[in-house]
Design a protein around this ligand. Sequence first.
Ligand SMILES: NC(=O)C1=CN([C@@H]2O[C@H](COP(=O)(O)OP(=O)(O)OC[C@H]3O[C@@H](n4cnc5c(N)ncnc54)[C@H](OP(=O)(O)O)[C@@H]3O)[C@@H](O)[C@H]2O)C=CC1
Ligand SMILES: CC(=O)N[C@@H](CCC(=O)OP(=O)(O)O)C(=O)O
Length: 360
Amino acid sequence: MTTVSIVNVTGYTGLELLRLLAQHPEFVVTSVTGRSAVGQRLLDVFPQVQTLSSPGAGPRPMPIDPALAITEEPAQTELAFVCLPHAAAAESVVRLLERGIKVVDLSADFRLHDAKVYEEWYAHTHPAPALLESSIYGLPERYREQIRTASLVANPGCNATTTILGLLPIYAAGLAEREVITDVKAALSGAGRGLKLASLYAEANEDVTAYSVTGHRHLPEVTQEVVLAAQAGGHALEQPLRMTFFTHLVPMTRGIFVTSYIELKTDAHLTTEDVQDLYRKYYADEPFVHVVKQPPHTRWTYGSNHCFIYPIIDQRTNRLIVMSCLDNMGKGASGQAIQNANLMYGLPETTGLFPLGVNP
Ligand SMILES: NC(=O)C1=CN([C@@H]2O[C@H](COP(=O)(O)OP(=O)(O)OC[C@H]3O[C@@H](n4cnc5c(N)ncnc54)[C@H](OP(=O)(O)O)[C@@H]3O)[C@@H](O)[C@H]2O)C=CC1
Ligand SMILES: CC(=O)N[C@@H](CCC(=O)OP(=O)(O)O)C(=O)O
């Protein structure tokens, strides 16, 4: 058994971690924090957790104690999941590492390798640049081995994960030009649990709009990882990636659907069968990435850690069109955080993660 903290449990990703950890056979939640609920019990703030003490609930008699006190600072545990906004997250991560606690950080604070790029996109000085060297980008499909021995894993952004998984195979194979346009449709829970006008039911229901139109913060993260994947595949890009990354808000609770339009090398001459084959081989051993033969649905991913990808060729333009989707709370955040923690503790990567999404 490994003791874990959720810092904080009062946000969406923290709550989703609580749900996933309630049926994890190896991790035990012994500490939860919550800025707005210090001094209260889990049960007081989230009455639904009383199910955890029902007879026969979960794999253990009491996977998480519903009467666990919500504190300001986490108690001593072996591992902590940090679910705070950027900047606040980095400050917490520094304190946790000093106490010898391993960390999976769900914020953006340790994803970018270059502190200058971070400062440009997040508009403040990086609170702990020295840690950028040792933090590992928590995408198991790329960094599985490094994650196993890491003390600090930077869990990727949700839009970034969906996009990167759709781009890795073609850039690693050196078949794509540097021009790519990515269109993201993102669910409301991605914006977090705090009150925001755009997230109100009457504003968001029956509505689609665009956001971050002057540049989304996940662009540098995606660019960093695509460039590194091309290099790792022996096909370093000759010129910087030229990417338009454009996000839309859609009236769903969970889910991200990404469509990327990629300029192919003029001599590539690929068919849809070729790219399906290429993608299937690239992800052949991946438990959570599935290449499918029809447009996927976010509904397939709801409540799960799975990502579905559908690559096709637009013969008229010699462009590759890749559709990819996942649950932003799952593979886009808390599910991927558990996948990373499983690796850090030598467990099978799929431990405690649901094999099938919720449908309908
Ligand atoms: N939602 C998503 O789909 C994804 C989110 N992420 C990232 O994960 C992290 C958590 O996201 P999410 O759970 O959605 O966020 P929420 O807005 O739902 O929750 C944020 C949490 O942080 C606490 N908090 C807010 N501001 C501060 C502050 N200044 N100092 C200390 N604590 C603070 C809140 O406490 P309280 O409410 O008790 O005051 C709450 O517990 C963020 O960095 C986010 O960018 C990453 C991938 C996907
Ligand atoms: C709908 C919505 O607002 N989604 C968020 C997703 C945030 C996310 O993935 O988190 P990080 O800030 O940790 O990168 C966004 O696009 O900014």
